[in-house]
Design a protein around this ligand. Structure first.
Ligand SMILES: Nc1ncnc2c1ncn2[C@@H]1O[C@H](COP(=O)(O)OP(=O)(O)OP(=O)(O)O)[C@@H](O)[C@H]1O
Ligand SMILES: [Mg+2]
Length: 236
């Protein structure tokens, strides 16, 4: 079964803490972080450099572990799950978008897009078909056979979005998805994420420095020094 791990996009976090290092060198990245994000919300996480945004995203996605606290995703207590089970959940139900695209240079656009499906054991022909559909959805059908080195930054980020949505995830995590792009390309990427959010009801969590993005999300979490200093609906 392709989707045996079932969740939805509701995320509840209670008392999350994370400290890197010990003694004088310790960095308290997260301090007692709690919030709830509803299924289908488009969320921004903002705050100054070093305030814990990436750490929070990684812990929510199960890439890193917290020191204490609870993470509930779609009613499932992820903090009690082992790494293998979380990895399976991530592959089946979550998509990722990074500032630096993280595409494989020797694979073309559809091959990059198909990677999560291939990793999930979906047959190559089916994976290709779905990769081409995802590329069409981000407006890149005609670039499917091109390699990352021959695409613009904005186009590469659209391939990364296609890869993030190809498994029809419940949640997309994005860390500074427009950080490397000019204003027009950034606008296109955000418009695309809004479209996915509206059409598929995907919960989308975006770490961003850009107040224009934060102002467009339905829910905003602001961190400072590892603490939540604002969370709620609407813009900041
Ligand atoms: N692997 C690590 N080892 C040690 N310290 C770390 C590690 N990862 C993050 N930190 C520290 O934790 C704090 C939060 O870092 P984080 O990367 O989450 O910040 P951020 O808000 O994403 O910053 P930026 O906006 O610059 O990306 C910082 O003080 C950072 O130095
Ligand atoms: Mg960061």
């Amino acid at each position: 079964m392709e989707q045996e791990v079932k969740i939805d996009g509701m995320i509840t976090v209670k008392g999350l803490t994370k400290t890197y290092g010990k003694g004088e060198a310790a960095a308290r990245a997260l301090r007692d972080v709690s919030f709830t994000i509803n299924q289908g919300e488009m969320v921004s996480i903002t705050g100054p450099s070093g305030c814990g945004k990436t750490t929070l995203l990684h812990i929510l996605a199960g890439i890193e572990s917290s020191d204490s606290g609870e993470i509930w995703i779609g009613g499932a207590p992820i903090h009690t799950w082992d790494d293998k089970r979380i990895a399976k959940l991530r592959l089946a139900r979550m998509g990722f978008i990074f500032q630096a695209y993280h595409l494989v240079p020797v694979l073309n656009a559809w091959e990059n897009t198909a990677l999560p499906l291939i990793a999930s054991g979906i047959p190559a022909s089916k994976a290709k078909e779905r990769a081409l559909e995802a590329l069409k959805e981000v407006g890149l059908a005609e670039k499917a056979s091109q390699y990352p080195g021959t695409l613009s930054g904005g186009q590469n980020q659209r391939v990364a979005i296609a890869r993030a949505i190809v498994g029809r995830p419940d949640i997309i995590w994005a860390d500074e998805p427009t950080g490397a792009l000019d204003t027009d390309s950034a606008e296109q990427i955000i418009g695309m994420l809004e479209m996915l959010n509206r059409h598929h009801g995907t919960t989308i969590v975006i770490v961003t420095h850009d107040p224009r993005i934060a102002n467009r999300t339905s829910y905003a979490i602001r961190l400072q020094n590892g603490r939540v200093i604002h969370d709620g609906g609407g813009s900041l």
